[in-house]
Design a protein around this ligand. Structure first.
Ligand SMILES: C[S@@+](CC[C@H](N)C(=O)[O-])C[C@H]1O[C@@H](n2cnc3c(N)ncnc32)[C@H](O)[C@@H]1O
Length: 406
């Protein structure tokens, strides 16, 4: 152990420290602080001084603390006195691994570094983040402290926000928009993801957009509209409405009407991007219907619960080798619900994609269903047959979204 600590001390003194990871919490540590899994240490520059940033990774959140070299040595010595059993130290010249067995036997392994290695000493604040948490709305929404630091409780949501913006950015870059882009986020809830996209598209990408959050809960709508007003954000509002009743043909802040586009539907309105994230059960379908009827260029949804199809499957009493197991029945219902959604979107000319939203460890509702409107011809008969076959196989009378097929 002392050998490892000495190596750490020299690397801090000589300035050759690159990073350090502590892993494998001991049984004692599990009892005391059950959910601390790892600690990651990296050098940073803070107010022109070299410091060391500690990221404490708990089961569902991260905590960051900064220490100077002396404190770093003390902290790591303490964490290796019974809390963590493994440590990996990376320096400019060697990699040092410490392994402590359950019986307390210590092994240190050293490996010389052959390649040229660099130190990354950027501070988190100057990292090229997609979202600027210094913006005042993040504090008002409850994501950060007044100083713009994401609170411990909201680390998990913040990760989701960043991942979401990254994915949507990638998707939108491949779609051609002309003029103001009208975006509706249906079932917008507390608005974290709606604000994130608004901020990213207006501040970073300089898109001209009109963003509307559609939410049925009036308390949330009032609160969010206050934040929007206080933050002086243009062409952004929350509308109190059910998704079903939402009128896609609305006016901008400046009173200008959106252009009217005819489609194969009677609804004459234009929406460029339809978003529905975790809107419960068939609310996702209602949102997709709005997107299809409005001829939206993009439909992006993260489906939530899938009760409607599950109930149909249970009612049918068809037992197959997969769905006879409750947990598989649940999963199969999720996949069938979303597969039929994707097929119906294809029917209406959307090229669909199903992708992972965020890692499964954060939420099991981690699928993103994306449809891009395309002019390519569609074999509607073949799609209808696929839908029928799927329904027949699982005894489904009707998928809620079939409403849109008439
Ligand atoms: C689970 S939250 C998701 C919030 C946000 N989209 C997100 O992913 O963080 C679902 C929100 O949708 C709203 N909602 C559910 N059904 C709705 C409907 N039919 N019309 C409008 N809003 C609805 C709920 O009130 C709730 O705020």
């Amino acid at each position: 152990m002392q050998n490892f600590i000495n190596k750490l001390q020299s690397s801090l003194k000589e300035g050759s420290f690159v990073k350090l990871t502590l892993s494998k919490p001991s049984a004692i540590s599990r009892q005391q602080s059950a959910d601390l899994n790892n600690v990651y240490v990296k050098p940073i520059i803070l107010k022109n001084e070299k410091m060391y940033s500690f990221t404490y990774r708990y089961e569902r959140r991260d905590e960051t603390k900064n220490y100077d070299a002396e404190q770093t040595l003390e902290m790591i010595t303490e964490l290796l006195s019974g809390i963590f059993l493994n440590a990996s130290l990376f320096t400019l010249t060697e990699d040092v691994t410490l392994l402590v067995s359950k019986k307390g036997k210590t092994t240190v392994m050293c490996k010389a570094v052959k390649e040229q290695r660099e130190q990354n000493v950027q501070h988190d604040k100057v990292k090229n983040r997609l979202i600027n948490t210094d913006n005042p709305w993040w504090f008002k929404l409850g994501l950060t402290t007044r100083e713009g630091k994401v609170t411990a409780d909201m680390q998990h949501k913040f990760k989701q926000i960043c991942k979401y913006v990254e994915i949507v950015d990638g998707i939108m870059k491949n779609v051609k928009f002309d003029g103001k882009i009208r975006i509706a986020d249906m079932g917008a809830g507390k608005g974290y993801l709606t604000f994130a996209l608004y901020e990213y598209l207006t501040q970073r990408c300089k898109y001209d957009i009109m963003m509307e959050g559609v939410e049925i809960r009036s308390d949330l709508v009032v609160k969010i509209n206050e934040i929007i007003k206080e933050s002086n954000l243009k062409d952004f509002r929350f509308v109190e409405s059910s998704i079903e009743a939402f009128d896609c043909q609305q006016t901008t802040d400046s009173g200008q009407r959106f252009r009217v586009q005819s489609s194969e539907f009677k609804v004459q309105s234009q929406l460029d991007v339809l978003i529905a994230l975790h809107a419960c059960n068939t609310a996702t379908d209602d949102a997709i219907i709005k997107g299809i009827e409005s001829n939206a260029k993009l439909i992006i949804c993260a489906p939530c619960c899938h009760k409607q199809i599950r109930q149909e499957m249970e009612k049918s009493k068809i037992v197959d080798p997969i769905t006879r197991y409750g947990i598989f029945m649940e999963r199969q219902a999720v996949m069938i619900t979303d597969a039929i959604r994707a097929l119906i979107m294809e029917y209406f000319g959307y090229k669909t994609q199903v992708m992972e939203f965020i890692e499964m460890e954060h939420t099991p509702k981690n699928v993103l269903l994306v449809g891009r409107k395309s002019d390519a011809p569609v074999d509607k008969e073949a799609i209808l047959k696929q839908i029928e076959d799927l329904k027949k196989q699982y005894g489904i009378e009707r998928h809620y979204l079939e409403k849109v097929l008439g």
